[in-house]
Design a protein around this ligand. Structure first.
Ligand code: B16
Ligand code: MG
Length: 207
């Protein structure tokens, strides 16, 4: 019986619009260009690495204290935006598919780079579906490093070869493959040839 490990942002919920708004606030303050294309590069990437990508657009050198401060400001604004989330932010398709996978006896876990994972899962009332949560708070290396998925398998007590990762980010697909797991690409990653399977709708996981 395979275990499923789900990425959060871009797979179960769509918080990228809030990440974009919050990073845009920082970029505008610093006079740095930041558009949707650059935002795409932040998918699945940790907060500090995302900041480094944004700061590529500046000639100024930032100290680690300044960077910490910018990342904190971004996260405070991001969390204010997350306050708007409700259970309605999870589609019926996602909710019923997770329930069916659970009913069929599969173990389910989260494998997300976000340090806000539990906050988001509580907001959208998804916490009870998962047997384990591996997120930005229990890793020291971000996707494409396999650590987040390796930890998820460890928390579930499963061998990597028995796990299937569901991911929307190229970095996440690479991380899942590096962990020795099968990977399903959805959204952006549906067209990534390193993914073992590609789906358009979430319920295709049941096929
Ligand atoms: P936080 P995922 C990732 O979530 C997002 O895709 C990425 O844009 C974000 O920078 C990262 O989480 C860290 O998020 O600032 O909340 O710790 O796709 O891995 O679920
Ligand atoms: Mg994602």
């Amino acid at each position: 019986m395979k275990a499923y490990i789900f990425d959060l942002d871009g797979v179960l919920v769509f918080t990228d619009k809030y990440h974009f708004k919050a990073w845009k606030m920082i970029a505008d303050k610093l006079g740095i260009d930041f558009d949707e294309e650059k935002n795409n590069r932040l998918r699945g990437v940790s907060r500090m690495e995302s900041l480094d990508i944004i700061l590529e657009g500046s000639t100024k050198k930032f100290s680690s204290e300044e960077k910490e401060d910018l990342a904190t400001q971004k996260n405070e604004y991001y969390k204010q935006l997350l306050e708007n989330m409700t259970p309605k932010d999870v589609s019926d398709d996602v909710r019923s598919t997770l329930k069916e996978l659970k009913d069929r006896g599969h173990k389910l876990a989260i494998g997300s780079s976000s340090k806000n994972t539990k906050f988001i899962l509580n907001k959208v009332d998804l916490m009870d579906y998962f047997d384990a949560i591996s997120d930005g708070t229990n890793i020291s290396r971000s996707k494409p490093d396999p650590e987040v998925f390796e930890k998820a398998a460890e928390f579930l007590g499963e061998e990597p070869k028995n796990c299937i990762v569901v991911e929307d980010a190229y970095a996440g697909v690479d991380a899942g493959k590096a962990a020795g797991m099968a990977v399903v690409g959805i959204g952006d990653a549906a067209s990534y040839d390193k993914a073992d399977y590609s789906i358009k709708e979430f319920n295709e996981l049941l096929e």
